[in-house]
Design a protein around this ligand. Structure first.
Ligand code: MF3
Ligand code: CO
Ligand code: CO
Length: 270
C-alpha cells in the first residue's frame, strides 16, 4: 500500500463528505447540554447522517485489526478520555469538556472531523486546553503545502503545545483518508522538521492532535476502545480533514458552524 493521490473527481467526493461530517457537528451543537446522555447524541447523529444526509456513519461496526467492532455511530470523549470514547447512558454535567468525533461516508468517500464542547461554564483551565488544542491543530494545518514534509506538521504542533506546558499524545495520530477510513500516511503530532514523507498535491489526510493538561501517558480502558490519560488529567482534541493543493492546503471539513480561524491563520484554503 502507498499514499493515494485523489483526482478531481475524488477531491469533489472528499469535499462533500468533509462538509457533511462538519454539518453533523453543527446539528449536534445545540443538543450538547447538561443532562443529555452521549447515547442521545449518538442517536441524533445516527438518524441525521442516515436519514437526512443519506450517508453512512463510518465508526459503526468499524473493526480494525485487533479491535472489536465499534458499537456506536460517533465517538464521545469526556474530560480525561483522550479519544474513542463510546457513547453511553451517563448524562453530561456542567463543566465537562467533550470531544465529538464524526466520520461519514458519502458516495464512498470519508470525511472525518472533531470539535471540543464545554458543557455550561467550564473552568478557565479546561477552556484554555480546548482553545489551545484548536490552535495547535491549525499550527499544523498551515504547514501543509507540496514539498513540505510530515515532520514539519508534527514539529509545529509539538513546539506550540509543549511551549504552553501541555503534552502531546504519541500513540494516536492523523491518517490518510479517502475511500478508506484510515490509510497511509500516519500523521504524527510531534517530530522533526524536514523529516518523513514529502507532501504532494492531491493527498488527503487528517490532522487531529490530542493534548493533555498533564503527562502524555495514556492507557486503554476495559471496553477495548476508550483511551484515557494515565494521570487522569484533562485531554482535548480537534480534527480536520485536509487536502494538499498545488499551492498549500484546503480544509475539507468546514461548514456554517465551524469555529472562527485562529488570529494567526489568514485562510482555510490556499
Ligand atoms: N474518527 C476517529 C479518527 O479520527 C476514528 C474513530 S474509530 C472508531 O480517526 F471506530 F472509534 F470510531
Ligand atoms: Co481521524
Ligand atoms: Co475522527
Amino acid at each position: 500500500m502507498s499514499i493515494t493521490i485523489k483526482d478531481e473527481q475524488g477531491i469533489q467526493g472528499m469535499r462533500l463528505a468533509g462538509r457533511l461530517a462538519s454539518e453533523v457537528l453543527d446539528f449536534l451543537t445545540p443538543h450538547v447540554q447538561a443532562g443529555v446522555t452521549t447515547n442521545a447524541l449518538d442517536q441524533l447523529a445516527h438518524d441525521y447522517i442516515t436519514q437526512v444526509q443519506q450517508a453512512i456513519p463510518a465508526p459503526l461496526n468499524y473493526a480494525p485489526n485487533g479491535y472489536n467492532p465499534y458499537p456506536k455511530s460517533i465517538c464521545t470523549s469526556i474530560n480525561h478520555q483522550v479519544c474513542h470514547g463510546i457513547p453511553n447512558d451517563k448524562v453530561l454535567k456542567k463543566g465537562d469538556i467533550l470531544n465529538i468525533d464524526i466520520t461519514v461516508i458519502k458516495n464512498g468517500w470519508h470525511g472525518d472531523t472533531s470539535r471540543m464542547f464545554v458543557v455550561g461554564e467550564g473552568s478557565i483551565a479546561a477552556k484554555r486546553l480546548c482553545a489551545m488544542t484548536y490552535e495547535a491543530m491549525w499550527h499544523g494545518i498551515v504547514k501543509v503545502k507540496p514539498g513540505a514534509r510530515l515532520g514539519d506538521i508534527g514539529h509545529a504542533i509539538q513546539l506550540f503545545a509543549e511551549g504552553l506546558g501541555f503534552s502531546v499524545v504519541r500513540e494516536f495520530c492523523g491518517h490518510g483518508i479517502g475511500q478508506v477510513f484510515h490509510e497511509e500516511p500516519q500523521v504524527l503530532h510531534y517530530g522533526k522538521p524536514g523529516t518523513l514523507e514529502e507532501l504532494r498535491a492531491g493527498m488527503t489526510f487528517t490532522i487531529e492532535p490530542m493534548m493533555n493538561a498533564g503527562k502524555r501517558d495514556i492507557r486503554e480502558t476495559g471496553d477495548g476502545w476508550t483511551i484515557v490519560t494515565r494521570d487522569h488529567s484533562l485531554s482535548a482534541q480537534w480534527e480536520h480533514t485536509i487536502l494538499v493543493t498545488p499551492t498549500g492546503y484546503e480544509v475539507l471539513t468546514l461548514s456554517e458552524g465551524s469555529p472562527p480561524l485562529p488570529s494567526f491563520v489568514t485562510t482555510s484554503s490556499c
